[in-house]
Design a protein. Structure first.
Length: 398
């Protein structure tokens, strides 16, 4: 009973921490994501050790639920009307960011003297992002513009491209070393993406039909919770990507359901409590000491990843004929890096144990930095991008 009481008290305090982060963030114009991650660092094992194991052990489940809710909301940005308007930009820019990031980090680290195999692996890690952090920065900004709609589409499909980039990196290493397992990895990655999309369609179609028949409020809230938990659970059971499946569910509902906005409003209403716990526990699991072990390789990786994403976004925006005022900001708004990169690092460390210490130290260390600084940069890009340019017609004040 005492353990249960402590757990409930801590959850209550974390919710109040989330409320404080929201208020402080708005007053100081800081992303609440960064504040919550910092709170987690302070109270986690790397800080004062105030969180019992019974709380931190819940992190995997909370993470899946929170990220699944975010994935469904990001899928809502993939409506046919939005795709007709921004679809070319989303596809071209997202591919450009992934390719340029991979090439920049790989070639840069190889030029610094790292083994080619390790450089290729680290280049693949650089393609991963944290959709939850970027989405929450957009949500906190309150902006609903062409740029934010495009940005939501970018982070929605970025992890799918990242998964393929990682698989292609393994295939390239196998071809260089004369081992043939890379093809199998690529096939598995393709099956995971296709299977996740198929699962999302299978859940999204009946979900869209049901949404159109339910009244606003509690019925829709229950349906939304059911869809999120069902999608997450089946994805884990079938070893599929709950991010891609959830995104597909959201895309299907936004394109097929009547009054679809109601369903997404209900998800938006209840997803923040899960996000509070998710970001605090994510901060509690970060290990800032890993930053001290990175050395020049870690610094090089960080700088090259930033440059790769910024130039990748600018090149992709130019190729897709995106508005010139938006091109410099796509990549900068997608700097946060979290669980997907760690997952890739674990797979890479298992496949190449001789590089395991370097891969894990760099993945964990740079994740700490990008998770704390990335949302701040993303918030700054939204502020800069929303400012009227010189010579532009000021908005009508009436």
């Amino acid at each position: 009973m005492e353990d249960q009481a402590v757990t409930l008290i801590i959850f209550g305090l974390l919710f109040f921490a989330g409320l404080a982060a929201d208020r402080i963030g708005r007053r100081l114009r800081l992303p609440r994501v960064t504040l919550l991650l910092g709170c987690g660092l302070l109270i986690g094992h790397s800080g004062f050790g105030l969180l019992p194991d019974s709380i931190t052990e819940l992190y995997p489940v909370i993470a899946v639920v929170a990220l699944s809710a975010v994935a469904v909301l990001l899928g809502s940005a993939l409506s046919m009307s939005n795709l007709r308007q921004h679809g070319r930009v989303v596809v071209v820019v997202s591919l450009s960011i992934v390719i340029v990031s991979q090439v920049a980090v790989t070639t840069g680290l190889w030029a610094m003297g790292l083994p080619l195999t390790l450089a290729i692996l680290l280049g693949a890690l650089a393609t991963a992002t944290d959709p939850a952090a970027t989405y929450d920065v957009i949500d906190q900004s309150g902006q609903d513009t062409g740029f934010t709609q495009t940005l939501k589409g970018l982070v929605a499909i970025d992890d799918a491209w990242g998964l393929f980039a990682f698989s292609l990196a393994l295939l390239m290493i196998d071809l260089i070393s004369g081992i043939g397992d890379g093809v199998d990895t690529l096939i598995i990655a393709t099956q995971e993406v296709v299977g996740s999309i198929g699962l999302g369609i299978a859940i999204g179609i009946p979900g869209a039909l049901l949404t159109g028949r339910l009244s606003d409020g509690e019925p829709l809230r229950i349906e939304a919770l059911g869809l999120i938990f069902l999608t997450a659970g089946l994805s884990l059971m079938l070893e599929l990507s709950y991010l891609i499946a959830g995104m597909t569910v959201g895309a299907v509902i936004v394109n097929l359901a009547r009054h679809h906005t109601r369903a997404f409003h209900e998800i938006h209403n209840f997803e923040w409590p899960f996000m509070i716990i998710f970001f605090v526990l994510a901060g509690a699991t970060l290990d800032p000491e890993a930053l001290a072990t990175l050395g020049m390789a870690g610094l090089g990786y960080s700088v090259l990843r930033v440059l790769g994403r910024i130039f990748g976004g600018w090149i992709g925006g130019m190729l897709a004929h995106a508005p010139a005022t938006e091109r410099p900001y796509y990549g900068a708004a997608m700097l946060p890096q979290a669980g997907v990169a760690i997952g890739m690092a674990l797979v890479a460390a298992e496949r190449f144990p001789e590089f395991a210490p370097s891969i894990m130290a760099l993945a964990i260390g740079t994740t700490v930095g990008f998770e704390l600084i990335g949302p701040i940069v993303a918030a700054a890009t939204l502020t800069l991008q929303s400012r009227p340019r010189s010579g532009a017609t000021p908005p009508d004040s009436h």
